[in-house]
Design a protein around this ligand. Sequence first.
Ligand SMILES: *Cc1c(COP(=O)(O)O)cnc(C)c1O
Length: 385
Amino acid sequence: MVIELEKRHTSGVYPKRDLAIVRGRGARVWDASGREYIDCVGGHGVAIVGHCNPEVAEAIRKQAGDLVTCPEVFYNDRRAELLTRLAEIAPPGLDRAFLCNSGAEAVEGAIKFARLATGRPGIVAAMRGFHGRTFGALSATWEERYRKPFEPLVPGFSHVPYDNLDRLAEAVGPDTAAVLLEPVQGEGGVRPASPGYLQGALEICRRHGALLILDEVQTGLGRTGRMFACEHEGVVPDLMCLGKGLAGGVPIGAALLGPRIPPLPQGVHGSTFGGNPLACAAAVAAIGFIQREDLCGRAARLGTWFIEQLRALSSPRIREVRGLGLMVGIELREKVQPYLLALQERGVLALPAGATVLRFLPPLVIDERDLARVVEATAEVLTVR
Ligand SMILES: *Cc1c(COP(=O)(O)O)cnc(C)c1O
């Protein structure tokens, strides 16, 4: 019923599975017939603090009764609280933020602010990079299938091989406003950068007066075992993009601004819903939960165990297991789709990253037993026959 209704009226842009999810709690979700799944899709990495996190739900409930909308032309108590919390958890110096409603919007903001701060047009991004679907973010995104139908895209963007400092150095010059990178490429196949790459990228930027933008929309808020993935390397970017799990599932985005971004001129950018009190209240609750429950430590510990277990699987179908914290991918020697369905039949939801990578983005609250069941189910589907 749900599926028929949706099929009739949906846009069609999403490849969908024949599964209607109607309820969630922690790392579990349930379909319309009551069947339970361990959710390693996690709303594409959004459900960091778990589905229906009780503290986030309570914050939303309370804020819904106080004030839902309040554009940024006024000040607001919840927004002031979130901006303060963001400045506390951010890498040093990133103590201001532009608030918006999605990851792509955070990337759009960062690109615009980088052009504004430098007076230069160029944005150097990476092959296999993913930054969102709006025109600026799409212009930074690599995948031909996403770009081609919408050309011409925004001028000034170029792409270099990821994790290659020589090629990056060749591409950055006096016209470069910023280099835009994910610390671990997500959609592009779960590819962590080698140690030293981000630091090297920052040095290349400094040499040419360009800015470093890190897109931590997927890697941020504890996912990789640190609050932000750049902390593994001690690299502080000039701009950092956040989204996905920042508000416990409520739409939000943020572009954090470092000291190389001067005070921005009034009216130069904006968003009707940006900084709305409902999303801010949810984000304050989600950040508080991540810190108090040490979800960063938990992601580091469980992620290390999970990756070890997957690397121990012996299957001719596995090319490589990669990941950082609870952002994990298995690159297969064949197409991933049948294995996603086989896992689903065994009560585990996982997602693809490209055509051949099986990706797991479980809520960081997932318990050890559930993660062990994910390993078991993965072993079954990848090692049978
Ligand atoms: C998901 C994602 C985005 C886009 O976020 P939306 O909220 O879908 O616009 C941007 N960058 C990265 C790294 C992402 O994983």
